[in-house]
Design a protein around this ligand. Structure first.
Ligand code: SME
Length: 172
């Protein structure tokens, strides 16, 4: 199935927030995630909870989910909410692959400005900006995968998103 610009009935375009609204939304989302996860240790349960609650509280989260490390140099799509995600991504390819290879967070203000197929993989042409963070396990520092959030608007993500998402992803 190829990516289509038409949004399915259950997906809405993004709405950007002011800095104050964004901070307040993360406070609520973080509290809800903490309350739901509690002492849970199962990675899958944590991933689905984070996806669902972030998408509930942050109205610019169009696609939210995890790509998981498989083997040495490959990511496979994990739990997500949004339109159909690409199934596999090689390390070094696209934003997710670059973050998996470097271990450094990337914020992209305009995905269409990137070289398509190389610097950015357009699973869904509606994605216009994104943030991708590495996800490491606290126990041994191993790379679980990357966390990818896409918005249909340009410039949705900044250092505030990075700070809150790092705090939330520290649960692994
Ligand atoms: N944004 C990614 C591809 C994954 S989809 O957006 C779900 C990238 O270029 O790495």
């Amino acid at each position: 199935m190829s990516a289509s610009a038409e949004m399915p009935y259950f997906i809405k375009p993004s709405v950007n927030l002011t800095a104050t609204e964004k901070e307040a939304a993360y406070v609520r989302a973080h509290a809800a995630i903490q309350a739901t996860i509690g002492e849970e240790e199962d990675e899958l349960l944590k991933m689905v909870t984070i996806n669902s609650l972030l998408k509930t509280f942050l109205p610019y989260f169009y696609w939210v989910g995890f790509y998981l490390v498989r083997g040495e140099q490959e990511l496979v799509v994990g739990p997500y909410q949004g339109t159909l995600g690409c199934l596999t991504i090689q390390f070094g390819r696209g934003v997710c692959g670059a973050v998996a290879a470097s271990g450094q967070t990337k914020i992209v203000a305009d995905t269409h400005a990137l070289q398509q197929g190389k610097e950015h993989i357009a699973c869904d042409p509606n994605s216009r900006s994104e943030i991708v963070l590495p996800v490491r396990r606290r126990a041994d520092g191993s790379l679980l995968g990357v966390f990818d959030v896409d918005s249909t608007l340009t410039g949705s993500f900044d250092a505030v998103d990075q700070r809150w998402l790092e705090k939330i992803l520290a649960t692994f």
